[in-house]
Design a protein around this ligand. Structure first.
Ligand code: EPU
Length: 347
């Protein structure tokens, strides 16, 4: 196995992100194997550089000042079978594989379990970190285990689904053990010739009662996402975003009752343990930020009020200014603190 990666200097990060803002990385390494990853981490340690692990750049906001450390892009690739019991198959997928390429691979082979997650930008390694979810499915439903390099011990470890501590847009990788593990491969258990998951209202309505194939579900999800500019397309300025900029907040049933008493009927998602999940998009729109809102070089997508977009030439400061404005408007109108969904790098 070679460890012949280069460490580059002053690499522009904006082009490596979907939002397209931010400065340079002081050092940058693209690694294609576990050995190269370990060597890059050692180099960072020897030079006292902090480390940021870059995936597809679809869920990050990079500071205009850049990142004063080593950015490591994990390009470990390959999809291989890691077990099968006839009706289910485990695929081990490299962290550097394009997420949607893997979904297409699974769907083409009749493997069910990730079809509703079609069209999501980014790389496989990022998906367990925030437990990517959409249209009624989350990666935690099919992840059996995640292979990682443990930066504390320097050893490779395999964390089971339970050990990952998955919740809504949450795992140990973005909470309790932030920065400890670098994901190298993700193992998914998929169902051979399985039925698609039909749980999201919009999807159920499209197929009005019949059970579609997973190919049809993939196509339907792609078309819904395109209609909301949630598929990255260089010709669609609405897609120059980091996807949903805020998480959907959970409120108590009591708080939700107060909100409906004050503002009338509010859309909601079912949530566990008596909590109510409220669409942040609705709160944002009803706090005065309509689709298409523009402020200097940033704005809100004309297709979806949860996406903050770079209208061209924006800096991270513009993004942060709009984020803060939205948060304070939602807080003063509804008494809810929206939490950003993307990771802020170099702030
Ligand atoms: N809504 C508005 N205005 C809008 C869009 C939506 O008021 O411009 C309201 C509507 O009431 C709508 C509700 O918000 O019914 C929900 O909208 P949508 O179905 O588009 O979903 P979302 O809650 O805004 C979440 C995820 C998305 C995921 C979709 C589909 C979060 C933070 N976002 O969005 O994930 O694709 O559901 O499952 O949970 C992402 O994380 O980056 C992302 C795009």
């Amino acid at each position: 196995m070679t460890t012949s990666f280069e460490i580059e200097e002053n690499v522009k990060l904006a082009p490596l992100t979907t939002l397209g803002v931010g400065g340079t990385a002081r050092r940058f390494a693209n690694v294609t194997s576990e050995e190269e990853l370990a060597a890059a981490l050692r180099a960072a340690g020897e030079n006292s550089l902090s480390v940021f692990i870059l995936g597809g750049g679809s869920n990050i906001v990079v500071a205009d000042a850049g990142f004063d450390g080593l950015v490591i892009k994990v390009s470990i690739c390959g999809i291989h079978e890691a077990g099968s019991d006839g009706s289910r198959i485990v695929l081990s997928v490299g962290a550097g594989e394009e997420w949607d390429g893997f979904v297409a691979y699974a769907v083409e082979r009749g493997l069910a379990g990730v079809e509703c997650l079609s069209g999501i930008p980014g790389l496989v390694g990022g998906t367990p970190v925030q437990n990517v979810g959409a249209y009624g499915q989350e990666v935690s439903e099919t992840i059996v285990s995640v292979s990682c390099l443990d930066r504390t011990s320097g050893a490779m470890v395999e964390l089971s689904n339970e050990e990952c501590g998955f919740g809504y847009r949450k795992s140990i990788f973005n909470s309790d053990e932030r920065d400890r593990y670098v994901v190298t491969r993700v193992n998914f258990r998929l169902t051979v010739n399985g039925d698609p998951k039909l749980a999201y209202r919009e999807l159920i309505e499209i197929f009005s009662g019949r059970t579609p194939s997973i190919v049809e579900v993939r196509e339907a999800v792609l078309s819904i996402r395109r209609s909301k500019s949630m598929v990255i397309d260089p010709d669609d300025p609405n897609s120059r975003s980091a996807g949903s900029f805020f998480k959907n907040p959970l409120v108590t049933a009591e708080k939700f009752g107060e909100l409906e008493a004050a503002f009338g009927e509010i859309p909601k998602y079912p949530a566990a343990n008596g909590w109510v999940k409220v669409p942040a998009a609705w709160l944002i729109e009803n706090a005065g930020f309509s689709k298409g809102f523009a402020m200097n070089r940033v704005g809100i997508s004309t297709k979806h009020s949860l996406a903050i977009i770079n209208k061209g030439g924006a800096g991270s400061a513009d993004i942060v200014e709009l984020k803060d404005l939205i948060r304070s408007a939602v807080n003063s109108k509804f008494g809810i603190q929206l939490e950003p969904e993307p990771i802020f790098v170099g702030f």
